[in-house]
Design a protein around this ligand. Sequence first.
Ligand code: PAP
Length: 328
Amino acid sequence: MEPREKKETDPRAPSNYADLISTLPFEEGWAPALTRKYQGFWIPQCFLPGIMGMQQNFKARPDDLFVLSYPKCGTTWLKALTYAIMTRVQYPFDHHPLLGQNPHECVPFMDRTYSKGQASELDAMPSPRILNTHLPFSLLPDSIKSLDCKVIYVCRDPKDVLVSRWHYNNRMRPQPIPFAKAFEMFCEGNCPYGPIWEHVLEYWEESRRRPEKVLFLRYEEMLEDPLGIVKRLAEFMGCPFSPEEDKEGVVEEVIKLCSFDKLKSLEVNKTGKLDPNFSLTNDSYFRKGKAGDWSNHMSPEMVQRLDGVTEQKLRGSGLTLGGLGSRV
Ligand code: PAP
C-alpha cells in the first residue's frame, strides 16, 4: 500500500474531522487564532482536528504524568520544573537538555503533536512520560481518567492571563488587538480554551475529590515559594528529594535551571522556534514572568468588572483567584 493511502485510513489523520469542525460556531476576535466552540469551550481551530483525534485514540499509560493548564498560566515553567525534577539523576545540571531545548520540546504539547499528525512520537517516548494539553478536564481523552493518571494543574489570576494572552497574540498580528476588545472577549469567556473559570473549576473540583492524583497549583504561589513548590512537586510525582539531595542543594539547582532569567537567557529561547512554520520565536514564552502586570493595562473599572466576574463564577467553590481574597 502506498504511504499516502495509509495516511488517509489512519483515524488520527486530521483531515477526517474537517466536516464536523466546519459546523461548529466560531469567533475571529483573537485572530490569527480562529476559535470554535467545541463541547462548551473555545478551542483554536488549528488544534481541533488533533484534539478530536487525540480524544478518540490517545492511550495513556498508568505512569504518565500530565502537566495541564489554562494557557498563559505558567505551563512553560511547570514543564521545565517537572522535567528537571524527573530527570535530575539522569543529567547533570550543567549539561541538561533544558539548556539546549525549549521546555515545550522536552514536554510535548499533545494538541499540537496530534494536529501535526505526529502521534507516533508520543508512542515512542520511554516511560514515564510527561505530557501536556490545555484541554479542560471534561474534554480529556478517556484513558487518562480511567487509568487514574497523575495530573498537575496550574492556574493564575485571570487578569494576568488576559494580559499575557493579549501580548502573545499581538506578536502574531500586524496590528495589536485593541485592549478594550480583548478585555470584552475575555470577560465573555471567549479566549482560546475559555471560558477560563469553567476550565479552572473542573480541575479544582477534581483536585478536591482526588488530591493524591490531581495537584492544583497557582502561578503566584510558585513565584512566592519556589522551594516549597518544587519539593511538593517531587513528592507528588513520587520522587521526593532525599536528605542528601537536600544537603547538596539539588532543589536550588532545579529552581535555578528553570528560573525565568536562566531560561530566557538561553540561545534556544531567544532565537529558536518550536516549528519552522510557526511565526513566533521561543522568546514569546518568556515575557515578564511576574504577578500583577494587569495593573499596567487595566483601568480600575476593568479590574472591578473582571474580578467581579471571577468572584461570581467561583462563588461557593472554595476557590479564589485574583481580586479580594487572592494570595497576591
Ligand atoms: P503557554 O500556555 O503558551 O505555554 P505559559 O507558559 O502558560 O504559556 O504562560 C506564559 C507566561 O509564563 C508568561 O507570562 P507573562 O506574559 O505574564 O510574562 C511568561 O513570561 C511566564 N513564564 C515563562 N517561563 C517562566 C518561568 N520560568 N518563571 C516564571 N514565569 C515564566
